[in-house]
Design a protein around this ligand. Structure first.
Ligand code: C5P
Length: 251
């Protein structure tokens, strides 16, 4: 089967709905997916998901659930009812929590999918190791390489029935090889080198560490690229989004 075209998701990391909706309006018709993360969701609640959907976007609700299974079940149900097209949990929450999340997603879709106008079940991803982490001394990694931990968490997530994992582009190829091509990879930590600046391996990448260019992430097998600040803090976000899409098409 031909590989589906990788899709761009813009991270709307803003304090207010007004700023987020203004950015979304500037990207309408260019970018298909918007991501609502903790900063925006805590400020605005599920109304912001509905507002973005009303503008015609598909919405990734990135709240990275990690709690006892019963609480995650309720959170996943509420998230699906808000109209999310994609949501996520932490793989570190364990297999029981992941299985409960899958079941909750399925139930909520069956109960509310039609009234919400959802064409397909919302995609459920697991966060493996945050792309801001690489130091083996980190308590999650406990001396192990991030790539190894990511692979183990990806396999466990696939076995629990998730659709895919959030991972660095640097890990996507190994995950696809181990978990199958249909197991989706969603990649944040995307950075676009400044064409006017000399190549600098220590160039600022904000708080991200395991970063990749759009074309490299697509070539490695990522199915969704999540890009925040390189687009939303650019002088011309629409132009920057188009530049990222052109780079994705290069791969
Ligand atoms: O601004 P930047 O491109 O770094 O934004 C990346 C986005 O992806 C942020 O919203 C961040 O919360 C999210 N994210 C991440 N790493 C993960 C999961 C999500 O950077 N593992």
């Amino acid at each position: 089967m031909a590989r589906p075209v990788p899709q761009l998701v813009v991270a709307l990391d803003f304090q207010t709905g007004a700023e987020a909706l203004a950015m979304a309006a500037a990207l309408k018709g260019i970018v298909p997916w918007m991501k609502v993360g903790l900063e925006l969701y805590v400020a605005e609640g599920p109304g912001i998901v509905r507002a973005l959907k009303a503008l015609g976007f598909q919405v990734f609700v990135d709240l990275k659930f990690l709690d006892i299974p019963n609480t995650v079940r309720g959170a996943v149900r509420s998230c699906v009812r808000s109209g999310a097209d994609m949501l996520n949990i932490h793989a570190a929450g364990g297999v029981d929590m992941a299985k409960v999340a899958v079941a909750a997603r399925d139930e909520a879709f069956l109960e509310h999918g039609a009234e919400l106008g959802l064409a397909a079940k919302p995609l459920l991803f697991a966060v493996t190791v945050l792309t801001s982490m690489q130091d083996p001394d980190n308590p999650i990694l406990q001396g192990r390489e991030a790539a190894q931990v990511v692979l183990e968490l990806a396999k466990a997530s696939r076995d629990a029935g998730l659709d895919g994992v959030v991972c660095s582009g640097q890990e996507a190829a190994r995950i696809k090889a181990a978990c199958g091509q249909d197991f989706l990879c969603l990649t944040p930590g995307i950075r676009v080198p400044d064409a006017n600046a000399p190549a600098d391996p220590n160039a600022p990448v904000d708080d991200q560490r395991r970063v990749m260019t759009p074309e490299a992430a697509v070539a490695a097998g990522s199915d969704f690229l999540v890009v925040g600040r390189p687009i939303t803090r650019a002088a011309d976000p629409a132009q920057s989004a188009q530049a990222v899409l052109r780079r994705m098409a290069l791969a």
